[in-house]
Every structure is written in C-alpha cells, then in structure tokens.
Design a protein around this ligand. Structure first.
Ligand code: NDP
Ligand code: OAA
Length: 289
C-alpha cells in the first residue's frame, strides 16, 4: 500500500477510536445524560424512522411516549419499542425530557406553546411555522421563562452550518431551488412546472408540508431567502440547491434526497438530521456551527 494512503487510514482510525463517530456508545454509563426519555408528537414518516432507530438500540435515548391525532399510527410506533400511547400531549409532559414534533405547522401553533410552557425541550421539524414572527417570539419568551430549549435541525438540506457562519458577516443574497417529483408535491404533470417563485415566508404558507427547509435557511441567516419550487417528472429525488453570496465569499450546495418510503414529500435526511441532533444533545464535543 502506498505510504500516503496508509498514513491517511491510520489517521482516520486514530480519530474514530478517540471519538466513535455518530454512535450511542460514546454515551458512557456514568455520563450524566441531559436527554434520556423522549416523546413523539406526530407519528408519520419522520417519527417512523426515528422509532426504528430506537427499536434497534441505535438512538442513545429511550423513545417511550407517542401522540398522534390518528391513534392507530401512534399504536403502530409504540408497539415497536414497547412504548405508551397517550391521548393528549399534556399527559406526556411529566414523563419526558424532550418532545420531537414531527406533525405539522398547525401542531407547532397549537401544541408547542404548552410543551415549552411546561419547561420541556423540543425538536421542531415543522420549522415553517417558526417564520411567523409573533409565534416565534412567543415561543422564545416562553422557552426563556421556563428554561426550555427549542431545536430546529438542519433537516432535509445541506448548508445550514455554512449559512449560519456566513451570517456573521453581511449576506448579499441567499436562494433555494427545490425540485421534487410531482407526486412529492401532490400533483400530476408530464412537464416540468414552476409552482412557486418568491420569498420563504409565502412559500411555507403555500406549501406547508414541502418547504420547511426554506424556513430553516431563513432563520439560520436572519433574512427571508428567495425560493423557487419546481415539480419535475424527470427526477425521482427531492432536490434542494442553495446558493449564498456574502462577505465570506460564495457557496453552492446540492442535496439529492431519497424520499421517505411512507411519505414522498419528506426526505430521509430530515429524519437522520433529527436523530443526529438528538445524539449531539448528550455529547460533550460538538462539531459544526
Ligand atoms: N425540517 C425539515 O427539513 C423537514 C420537515 N418536515 C416536516 O416535518 C413534519 C413531519 O413530517 P412527516 O413525518 O413526513 O409527516 P407525516 O404526514 O408523514 O406525519 C405527520 C403525522 O402527524 C399527524 N399530525 C398532524 N398534525 C397533528 C396534530 N396537530 N396533533 C397530532 N398529530 C398531528 C399527522 O396526522 P394526519 O396525517 O391525520 O394529519 C400524521 O400522522 C411535517 O410538518 C413536515 O412538513 C418534513 C421534511 C423535512
Ligand atoms: O424533505 C424535504 O426534502 C423537504 C421538505 O419536505 C420540507 O422542507 O418540508
């Protein structure tokens, strides 16, 4: 083997043995975990992937409590981990350290204030709801008053780390082009169709279950990004192109996402981002902005 390759392999091994990457084993038994028990609000595609990880013992926390307005969906997930279905979100709040919202923007408006008001941390997937300034400020105030944290994962998009760092300087422009198969956007067409062109704030109102990534980008850089949504019968993945120009320079990212098996609007990466964020909450070494 070539000496440089051998050296690089040894380096990788050395880093992995010091910090086992992305695994629950790095949560030592005597380590005080800040998050141990998790509840789920909304038992669809994202929750399904998270629960599968928990069932395989790969999450590093217990996912024990499930709530969905469709009780059968909650029962289905609970059965995978010997968990409990609750008939209201309030019943969960004295039992969990953190709730993962994977339901809808409406759930963020209706239920999240109760959860945060009870001092329970949250991972919010329906980030589009947080572009509503009044709601976001109310949740932020409630979180401060009740010592709770609200986390919005990077979700189905790549570039959130960079745009956060870039926003320390001036950003001149930030745009997102989302291209999905028509069925992911709930339409049928044989031709490429531009369904939306405008700012992120309107995009999340018009496509509440399809463009949360625009909200995450906007909140990460402190300005509404420009959004274009295209239904394209020639693609079979959910694709997001981000282009940012600022004082730091310029970056472009392209994400070609596998849609979730049970909900083609949603990409698998969104669930993986929530899982990774969940793991990071119990880690002492944090990587990325
Ligand atoms: N941040 C990101 O990058 C991404 C975010 N998302 C968002 O994450 C959320 C979850 O996505 P996904 O798992 O695919 O969604 P699904 O539609 O597959 O599952 C959501 C589940 O939550 C239920 N639900 C909706 N509103 C409520 C409520 N108020 N109370 C209780 N249950 C409720 C739904 O029931 P019913 O079907 O009857 O409404 C459904 O069972 C969505 O808002 C989605 O847009 C998705 C992809 C990427
Ligand atoms: O999962 C995706 O590719 C993006 C998505 O639906 C969203 O941001 O709501």
């Amino acid at each position: 083997m070539n000496k440089t390759v051998m050296h690089e392999l040894l380096e990788i091994n050395r880093i992995e043995s010091t910090f086992p990457l992305c695994s629950s084993e790095n949560l030592a038994d005597d380590h005080e975990q800040s998050v141990k028990v998790v509840g789920i609000l909304g038992c669809g595609a994202i929750a399904n992937i998270i629960t599968n990880f928990a069932a395989e013992g790969k999450l590093g926390v217990d996912v024990n409590f499930f709530y969905d307005k469709d009780i059968e969906r909650a029962e289905n997930l609970a059965s995978q981990v010997d968990g409990t279905v609750l008939l209201s979100i309030e019943d969960m709040l004295d039992k969990v350290d953190l709730v993962i919202e994977a339901a809808s923007p409406q759930a963020v408006r209706e239920v999240v204030p109760t959860i945060i008001g009870a001092g329970v941390d949250m991972i919010v997937m329906s980030v589009g709801a947080l572009l509503d300034n009044e709601l976001r400020e109310r949740l932020d105030k409630l979180a401060k008053e009740n010592n709770a944290k609200i986390y919005a994962p990077s979700g189905a998009i790549v570039g959130i780390d960079g745009i956060k760092a870039a926003s320390i300087g001036k950003i001149q422009s930030a745009s997102l082009v989302t291209r999905k198969p028509p069925r992911s956007l709930g339409i049928s067409t044989d031709e490429e169709k531009i369904l939306y062109e405008g700012k992120a704030g309107d995009a999340v109102l018009k496509f509440p279950m399809n463009i949360n990534v625009a909200a995450t980008l906007s909140l990460a850089c402190g300005m509404e990004v420009d959004v274009k949504i295209i239904a394209d019968p020639a693609v079979d993945r959910n694709m997001h192109e981000v282009h940012v120009i600022g004082e730091f320079g310029e970056f472009k990212t392209i994400t070609e996402n596998m849609p979730c098996a049970t909900n083609p609007k949603t990409s698998t990466l969104a669930a993986y981002a929530a899982i990774r964020l969940l793991k990071s909450l119990n880690e002492n070494l944090k990587i990325g902005t």
